[in-house]
Design a protein around this ligand. Structure first.
Ligand SMILES: Cc1ncc(COP(=O)(O)O)c(C=O)c1O
Length: 405
């Protein structure tokens, strides 16, 4: 008989036989998967045979998430990664090499901009930023010099610029660029960029897709060959999603449509009401007819989504007073959650931008970004009314007061 330790290890490692299909995807909390033979292990590790050997290469729970995202985005294949930034950098690593050029929307998430102008620039990849709503400028940027990638966001953080993905994909392809779209704000429930002509879609699943502010995750979806390159980049860089994280995202996906409907309905009601309030200079919400990109949004998005931005006429002082007076929202930097989240982009999500870049991206000092959660509309409305009263009091009823953040 084997010794105690041998028996203990074997006893604790025996997976139960399950003949009935579990109704949720099991968390395969294992790094190693054992093969019957040396040849089988070699074949599985080199992906000549389907199967698993080591979880940085492939894990069943992570693969279930990649497949689910692919199905929802209408893609041949999908790949889940450790965070949204992991997904963004894997998608780009799979496409570019030293000497390449990227043309990117200027209203891009701050850390994506930092990746492009920092890490990728150091590795010899240059980026030019364009206004995605100016199709002529995009055409000129792509015609001016070869570009490997045209990088876009369906709805841009934080000014809610809506990119005309179909038109931009056509221009990008005409100039030989692969079109990559960050679909985080829209999710595949509101928009499917691949159906509009994009080559790769990336998501921060940390946001709406998982939806509860309790897990970091990302995903890339596209054609099989492109996702193979993304997978290879991940195997080499290690941006692997944990099985428990993949499970949490899968659980979020099941209620994505219901949550997005509620986020959108509440955001639309709040946006319409905010336009009537004193002290509000501008409300940016793609579902409002006054939004500069409303026509594109109406064509491309199933609804206006859960994100809005408010420019307070009292500038930064009013913005601070507004945020600090709120009782319900969380004062934090994320979005796409059950909680309403209110943030001041210039000092948080877009801290990497200097004042000139902030101006160029349309981010005014009094801009407040609101990720509308799933709380009751009337509670949020009365809380925002309290915030606006505090903002007006901070600057005097009649106009802005000086002050910076
Ligand atoms: C549009 C967008 N893309 C990517 C990311 C990065 O996602 P993560 O925080 O999951 O790495 C974010 C994060 O806020 C984002 O807003």
């Amino acid at each position: 008989m084997d010794g105690f330790s041998t028996r203990a290890i074997r006893a604790a490692s025996r997976s139960p036989r399950v003949d009935q299909r579990p109704t949720s995807v099991p968390i395969y909390q294992a790094v190693t998967f054992s093969s019957e033979t040396t040849d089988e292990l070699a074949d599985v590790t080199n992906r000549r045979l389907p199967g698993y050997s080591y979880s940085r290469i492939a894990n069943p729970t992570a693969e279930a998430l990649g497949s689910a995202i692919a199905e929802l985005e209408g893609a041949e294949a999908g790949f889940a990664a450790a965070s949204g930034m992991a997904a963004v950098h894997l998608a780009l690593l799979a496409l570019v090499r030293a000497g390449d050029r990227i043309v990117c929307t200027r209203a891009v998430y701050g850390t994506t901009r930092a990746l492009l102008t920092g890490t990728l620039a150091r590795l010899g990849v240059t980026t030019d930023f364009i206004d995605p709503t100016n199709l002529r400028a995009v055409e000129a940027a792509l015609a001016g010099a070869p570009a490997r990638v045209l990088y876009l966001e369906t709805i841009s953080n934080p000014t809610l610029v809506v990119a005309d993905v179909a038109a931009l994909a056509e221009i990008g392809h005409r100039h030989g660029a692969a079109v990559v779209v960050d679909n985080t704000f829209a999710t595949p429930y509101l928009c499917r960029p691949l159906e509009l002509g994009a080559d790769l879609v990336v998501e921060s699943a940390t946001k709406y897709i998982a939806g509860h502010s309790d897990v970091l995750a990302g995903a890339v979806a596209g054609r099989e060959a492109a996702i193979d390159a993304v997978r290879e980049a991940q195997v080499q860089t290690g941006a692997t999603i944990a099985p428990f994280s993949a499970f949490l995202v899968l659980r979020g996906i099941a209620t994505l449509a219901v949550r997005m409907d509620r986020h959108s309905a509440t955001a639309a009601a709040l946006a319409a009401w905010l336009t009537t309030e004193r002290g509000v200079a501008r409300v940016l919400y793609p579902g409002l007819p006054s939004h500069p990109d409303h026509a594109v949004a109406a064509r491309q998005l199933a609804s206006g989504g859960g994100m809005l931005a408010v420019e307070l006429s009292g500038g930064a002082t009013a913005g601070r007073a507004f945020i600090d007076a709120l009782r319900i929202p969380e004062r934090t930097a994320s979005l796409g959650s059950i909680h309403t989240i209110v943030v001041h982009p210039p000092s948080t999500t877009h801290r990497q931008l200097d004042p000139a870049q902030l101006l160029e991206a349309g981010i005014a000092p009094g801009l407040v970004r609101i990720s509308v959660g799933l709380e009751d509309l009337e509670d949020l409305r009365s809380d925002f009314a309290r915030g606006l009263a505090a903002a007006r009091a901070a600057v005097g009823e009649d106009g802005p007061a000086p002050g910076g953040w």
